[in-house]
Design a protein around this ligand. Structure first.
Ligand code: NAD
Length: 492
C-alpha cells in the first residue's frame, strides 16, 4: 500500500485532520494507495503559500522568457517520466496504458507551446484623441488560480490549464478528483525539480465539498478553472460568483457523430468506435449519439457491432488491451442504470448491455461495449450524458434532419461529421452548435486548437494562443505629458 502526501510549498504534507481516502484500482477492485483527506484548513494553507509565492521576487520578477524556459524544462521532465506517470493513472483510473503512455508523451507539447508563448504577450500603444498623452496596455497575471479536475484524464486536463496559467505568471492550487489524485501529486513534484520556486504549484487532495469548495470561495483565489460534471460546474460557478471570480468551466457532452452515405465507411466505422469505446466511453467528447443516414443504417450498424465485438478487454496495463474497466463503482452503477433506462425506453439492444464477465476482466469494474438502435433523440439515453461504453444509434434522412437532431440537446461540446462532400462538410461544420467539429476524424486534440463547450458544455475555451490572456488582466496606463493640469472640475 502506498501513502501519498499533498504537495504544498514544494513539500509533502498530510491532511490537517490526519484522515485518508482509499484510492482503488478499477482492474483489481482493490485499494492500492491512500491519499490525504484534506479540508478547509488545508485549502487555506495552500492558498496562503501560493499567494506568498506569487509575491516572491523569485517568481514575480522572473522575465517571461525565463518562465518559458522553466516550462520547457518541466515538459522535458514529463517526457522523461511518461511511463511512471502513465502507470499511476492506469492504476488509479483504469485507463489503458496504451492510451496513457501516448498521452503522456504528448502532454509536454502543452508546456513547450505555452513556454514559447510566455514572452509573446504584447500590450498595445493606444491611439488617443488627447494632445500630449500617451496610453498603453499591460497584460498582468491574476494571482492565485484554483484548478479543479475530474477523474477521467487528470494530467492531460490539468495541463491544458496549468501550462497557460504558469506561462502568464500566476501561481496555482490544484484539487484533483478524490478518485484519481496520485498522478497529479507525482506531476507536481516535477515542477520543483524543473526549478519552479516552491509554492508556485501546489496540490490539495480530498472531496469536492470539503476541500474544493473552500478553495473556490477563498477571497485570495482570483481565478477558478474547473473540469467536471454539469452539476459540479453549476455548484462551482455559484460559489465563485460570491467572490466575482473569473471562472472557466469544461463540462459534459452528448456529442453527435454523424455518418452520411457518401462517407469513407471503413474510416467512419473506426471513427464511431473511437468516439464511444476508446477510454471506455469515459470522455467528455464521447460521440455517444451515432447519427447514421437511413440508406446505410443497417449495414453500417452491423459493421460497428462486429468491430466492437472484437475489441479486446482486460488488464489496462497490457499494451494490447483495447477496452478497460469503468473507473469508479458509482460510475459502474450509473452506466448500468442508463442501460436499464434505454431498455425501458424500448431501444433495441444490439450488443453488450451487461457487466463483462470474461475471465480476462477478473474482478474489475467492466461493462461490455453496448450498442442500442431504435433510439429516438427525445429519449433520456439520447439526451443525458452516460459517460461509459454505451452507444445510441439514431437514423436520419436529410442533412437538415441530421442538423436538427445533432443540435437538439442541452450540450454542445464536440461532434463528428463523416462525408466526402466538401460543401456538405462545411455546411454541417457551420450549422452544428458545438465547440469542436471533427470532419472525417474524431478525438483529435492539440495544444494549438481552442477547446471547450457551447451551451451547457461549458464556459470559456482552453488551448490555443488566446488562452494565456484568460489567465491575465489588462491594465491601461496613461501618461500625461502636458506641463500644466487644466481645470480639475471637468473630465479630461
Ligand atoms: P465531478 O463534477 O463529480 O467532479 C469534478 C471535480 O470537482 C472533482 O475534483 C470533485 O471533487 C470536484 N468537486 C465536486 N464538488 C465540488 C464542489 N462543491 N466544489 C468544488 N469542487 C467540487 O465530475 P467527475 O465525475 O469527476 O468527472 C466526470 C465529468 O467531467 C463528466 O461529466 C465529463 O463530461 C466531465 N468532463 C469534461 C471535460 C471537458 O473538457 N469538457 C473533460 C473531462 C471530463
Amino acid at each position: 500500500m502506498e501513502h501519498f502526501q499533498m504537495y504544498i510549498g514544494g513539500e509533502g504534507r498530510d491532511a490537517a485532520s490526519g484522515e485518508w481516502i482509499e484510492s482503488q484500482n478499477p482492474f483489481t477492485g482493490e485499494t492500492w494507495a491512500m491519499i490525504p483527506r484534506g479540508g478547509a484548513e488545508d485549502a487555506a494553507y495552500a492558498v496562503g503559500v501560493a499567494e506568498e509565492a506569487f509575491r516572491n521576487p523569485a517568481w514575480r520578477d522572473l522575465t517571461p522568457t525565463a518562465r518559458g524556459a522553466l516550462l520547457r524544462r518541466v515538459g522535458d521532465l514529463i517526457a522523461d517520466n511518461a511511463e511512471r506517470l502513465a502507470e499511476a493513472e492506469v492504476r488509479d483510473n483504469g485507463k489503458l496504458k496504451l492510451e496513457m503512455y501516448g498521452q503522456l508523451q504528448y502532454v509536454p507539447q502543452w508546456y513547450y507551446y505555452y513556454g514559447g508563448l510566455a514572452d509573446k504577450v504584447e500590450g498595445k500603444t493606444l491611439p488617443i484623441d488627447k494632445p500630449n498623452t500617451f496610453a498603453y496596455t499591460r497584460h498582468e497575471p491574476l494571482g492565485v488560480c484554483a484548478m479543479i479536475t475530474p477523474w477521467n484524464s487528470p494530467i492531460l486536463l490539468l495541463s491544458f490549464k496549468l501550462s497557460a496559467a504558469l506561462a502568464a505568471g500566476n501561481t496555482v492550487v490544484v484539487k484533483p478528483s478524490e478518485f484519481t489524485s496520485t498522478s497529479t501529486l507525482e506531476l507536481a513534484k516535477l515542477f520543483t525539480e524543473a526549478g519552479f520556486p516552491p509554492g508556485v504549484v501546489n496540490v490539495v487532495t480530498g472531496y469536492g465539498p470539503e476541500v474544493g469548495e473552500p478553495l473556490v470561495t477563498d477571497d485570495r483565489v482570483k481565478r477558478v478553472a474547473f473540469t467536471g460534471s454539469e452539476a459540479g460546474g453549476q455548484r462551482v460557478y455559484q460559489s465563485a460568483a460570491a467572490g466575482l471570480k473569473k471562472v472557466s468551466l469544461e463540462l459534459g457532452g452528448k456529442s453527435p457523430n454523424i455518418v452520411f452515405d457518401d462517407a469513407n465507411l471503413d474510416n467512419a466505422v473506426k471513427g464511431a468506435i473511437s468516439g464511444i469505446f476508446a477510454a471506455t466511453g469515459q470522455t467528455c467528447i464521447a460521440g455517444s449519439r451515432l447519427l447514421v443516414q437511413r440508406s446505410i443504417h443497417d449495414a453500417f450498424v452491423g459493421r460497428v457491432v462486429e468491430f466492437a465485438k472484437s475489441a479486446k478487454m482486460g488488464n489496462p496495463m497490457d499494451m494490447s488491451t483495447e477496452v478497460g474497466p469503468v473507473t469508479t463503482p458509482p460510475q459502474f452503477e450509473k452506466v448500468l442504470k442508463y442501460i436499464d433506462i434505454a431498455k425501458d425506453e424500448g431501444c433495441e439492444l444490439r450488443l453488450g448491455g451487461a457487466p463483462a464477465t470474461r475471465p480476462e476482466c477478473g474482478k474489475g469494474w467492466f461493462i461490455e461495449p453496448t450498442i442500442f438502435t431504435g433510439v429516438e433523440n427525445k429519449m433520456r439515453i439520447a439526451q443525458e450524458e452516460v459517460f461509459g461504453p454505451v452507444l445510441s444509434v439514431i437514423p436520419f434522412d436529410t442533412d437538415e434532419q441530421a442538423l436538427e437532431i445533432a443540435n437538439d440537446v442541452l450540450y454542445g461540446l464536440a461532434s463528428g461529421v463523416w462525408t466526402q462532400n466538401l460543401n456538405r462538410a462545411h455546411r454541417m461544420a457551420h450549422g452544428i452548435e458545438a465547440g469542436t467539429v471533427w470532419v472525417n476524424t474524431y478525438r483529435a486534440m492539440s495544444m494549438t486548437t481552442p477547446f471547450g463547450g457551447y451551451k451547457r458544455s461549458g464556459l470559456g475555451k482552453e488551448n490555443g494562443t488566446d488562452q494565456i490572456k484568460e489567465y491575465m488582466d489588462v491594465k491601461t496606463v496613461w501618461i500625461d505629458m502636458n506641463d500644466e493640469f487644466p481645470s480639475p472640475f471637468s473630465m479630461r
